[in-house]
Ligand binder design. Structure first.
Ligand SMILES: Cc1cc2nc3c(=O)[nH]c(=O)nc-3n(C[C@H](O)[C@H](O)[C@H](O)COP(=O)(O)O)c2cc1C
Length: 250
């Protein structure tokens, strides 16, 4: 957990790769790690698959030797759950000095690969040895909103600092946090109709990624975390945001 926490403060998206495949042992360690990540919603059925570049359709020219895809049943909160799970893999890869990048626009190349055991393809990460600097040297290199722009909390500032640095699609940082050190509500920005079509999916994944950072930071600070959807927290969303989930820390 400590090593994932340290990755939060230095990871970055890697878009240039050495395209030679990772050694088989390294690849099996990654697969082993991914198969044991913690879900946000344990009842949702998910699985991972691994593709190489010839089986990936990506409008953007990011060529990596490997891609990890997450599949999920479309149960409530499945997009947040996918973000929460795959972000653990992103941080793990960074901790192991392997580059990675979330790819929202990429898809498996064939229709058959969009489904697996009744589950649907959700999103993928590219990964492999980086052909550019792998880590940031300091927090100042992150382009992120300040804590007071994304939160009304006066407590838990060390946890929120880790959350603030989470990656999001087009770096939109669509999150807002209310509550206190024991109970943190997360909300996401409401989208106008024009932006909703694509970003609605990504924004929910982004919230899951932020919750992953929250979980890791809280765990490292010695806290247990439980996530729940609490109807009575729905009215805590500030204007322009909608309530998504509550983290209970104890
Ligand atoms: C859900 C999601 C989808 C993303 N899709 C893409 C993508 O298609 N192409 C890309 O180059 N980066 C993509 N990114 C990476 C973001 O642009 C990047 O995380 C953000 O700009 C912050 O930069 P950093 O990850 O280097 O801290 C995506 C990130 C997330 C979380």
């Amino acid at each position: 957990m400590e090593e994932l926490y340290n990755s939060i403060f230095r990871r970055k998206s890697i878009r240039k790769y050495d395209v030679s495949p990772l050694p088989p042992d390294t690849l099996s360690e990654i697969k082993q790690y991914a198969s044991n990540v913690k879900p946000l919603v344990p009842t949702i059925k998910t699985d991972f698959s691994y593709l190489t570049a010839e089986n990936v359709k990506n409008p953007l020219p990011i060529k990596a030797p490997h891609y990890i895809c997450i599949y999920s049943e479309k149960a409530e909160h499945y997009l947040m759950n996918a973000g929460f799970m795959l972000q653990q893999v992103d941080l793990y890869l960074s901790a192991k000095s392997i580059g990675s990048c979330w790819l929202g626009m990429a898809k498996p190349a064939s229709r058959a690969l969009l489904k697996m055991n009744g589950m649907d393809f959700v999103i993928m990460l590219a990964f492999g040895n980086a052909a550019e600097p792998l880590h940031r040297a300091s927090i100042s290199e992150f382009k992120r909103k300040a804590q007071n722009e994304i939160s009304t909390l006066s407590e838990a500032s060390d946890i929120l600092n880790a959350v603030r640095l989470a990656p999001s699609a087009t770096n939109s940082q669509p999150w807002f946090f209310t509550g206190n050190a024991e109970k943190i509500q997360v909300h996401r920005v409401k989208l106008g109709i024009a932006k909703a079509a694509i970003n609605d999916k990504f924004n929910q994944i982004d919230i899951g990624i932020a919750l992953c950072h929250l979980y890791i930071a809280a765990s490292v600070k010695g806290k247990n975390v439980e996530f729940l959807y609490d109807k009575s927290d729905e009215d805590k969303a500030p204007k322009g945001y909608e309530y998504m989930m509550t983290a209970v820390l104890y």
